[in-house]
Design a protein around this ligand. Structure first.
Ligand code: AMP
Length: 295
């Protein structure tokens, strides 16, 4: 494995592997912000299985953080990240500086409309513009055949799929399942911010999603309103939880269902999505399910 910091080194590293492996070796890209955990590892493993060449990028992207968010304090551990990426079989790790990614002045941004204004987009204005801009740049730099993204950030997956389709980008977005701790908490680099008590109470996210899916299949929750109420009731049992949203929307369109819409009879994927604050830590989780098959 090779760790590189400049675009030139990365491109020549990819070219060297392509010359070695031949033209049928596809390139898989796993974009991350580092402080890697088992969720990231699962993406790298999937990329390794699918491709001849695996590139992992580690870049805490300043333009996807809003004012007052945790850009400065976002956890970083380069040595541990490189060891994990190597253990999972990455060929190249790209660790650009902010100056490498955003030489001044930059005047171009990629923006996806509509679906970026809901859910996380409502409370984090500009966040998804930062994501689509950096991912477009990484796609242009690496020119991957496939990009690997976790369903933990389900809105990100929907937004990137829309971007790739709208701009005819020659990259397949590969969504990968959410990796959880044994007790159900979705892995996140931000989990390290949680106090012991917050960590315990944070289990309400996954529990509420599980209970809501069960209630739909048992017939005790029928409408979108029933599901929203159930999610909020379960989450509110944790006194430290401050709900930002508990939503029921279509996927990948992310259209909120009206409160009286019968979800239990739907023959399409329905997304339950949560953002909940515990102190200064904002956690997200979601469950995509088919109501007719929910258990
Ligand atoms: P991040 O470093 O948090 O920007 O995440 C980089 C990639 O890893 C994104 O595509 C995330 O969706 C994905 N990811 C983060 N946490 C998880 C998880 N618990 N399970 C699966 N994928 C994840």
């Amino acid at each position: 494995m090779k760790a590189v910091r400049t675009i030139e080194e990365l491109r020549s590293g990819i070219r060297a592997l392509q010359i070695n492996l031949g033209p049928e070796a596809t390139v898989g890209l796993v974009p991350t912000m580092g402080y890697l955990h088992e969720g990231h590892a699962s993406l790298i493993r999937r990329a390794r299985k699918d491709n001849g060449i695996v590139v992992v990028s580690i870049f805490v992207n300043p333009i996807q953080f809003g004012p007052g968010e945790d850009y400065e304090t976002y956890p970083r551990d380069e040595a541990r990240d490189l060891a994990l990426a190597e253990a999972e079989g990455a060929d190249l790790v790209f660790l650009p500086s902010v100056e490498t990614m955003y030489p001044q002045p930059t005047k171009t941004k990629i923006m996806v409309s509509d679906i970026t204004t809901r859910l996380c987009g409502a409370s984090r204005p500009g966040h998804f513009d930062g994501v689509t801009t950096v991912v477009s740049k990484l796609f242009n730099i690496v020119q991957p055949d496939k990009g690997y993204f976790g369903m933990k950030d389900v809105q990100q997956v929907a937004v990137l799929q829309q971007m790739v389709q709208d701009l005819n980008m020659n990259v397949e977005i590969v969504p990968c399942p959410i990796v959880r701790e044994e007790d159900g908490l979705a892995l996140s680099s931000r989990n390290v911010y949680l106090s012991e008590e917050e960590r315990r109470q944070a289990l309400v996210l996954s529990r509420s999603l599980r209970e809501a899916a069960a209630a739909v299949s048992e017939g005790t929750a029928v409408t979108a309103g029933d599901i929203r109420n159930l999610l909020k009731r379960v989450i509110s049992q944790s006194p430290l939880a401050d709900i930002e949203y508990a939503e029921v929307v279509s996927f990948p369109g992310l259209q909120p269902y009206p409160d009286d819409e019968e979800i239990s009879r739907k023959d399409e994927a329905v997304l339950m999505a949560l953002a909940v604050r515990f102190g200064r830590t904002r956690l997200i989780d979601n469950r995509l399910f088919n109501p007719k098959e929910a258990n």
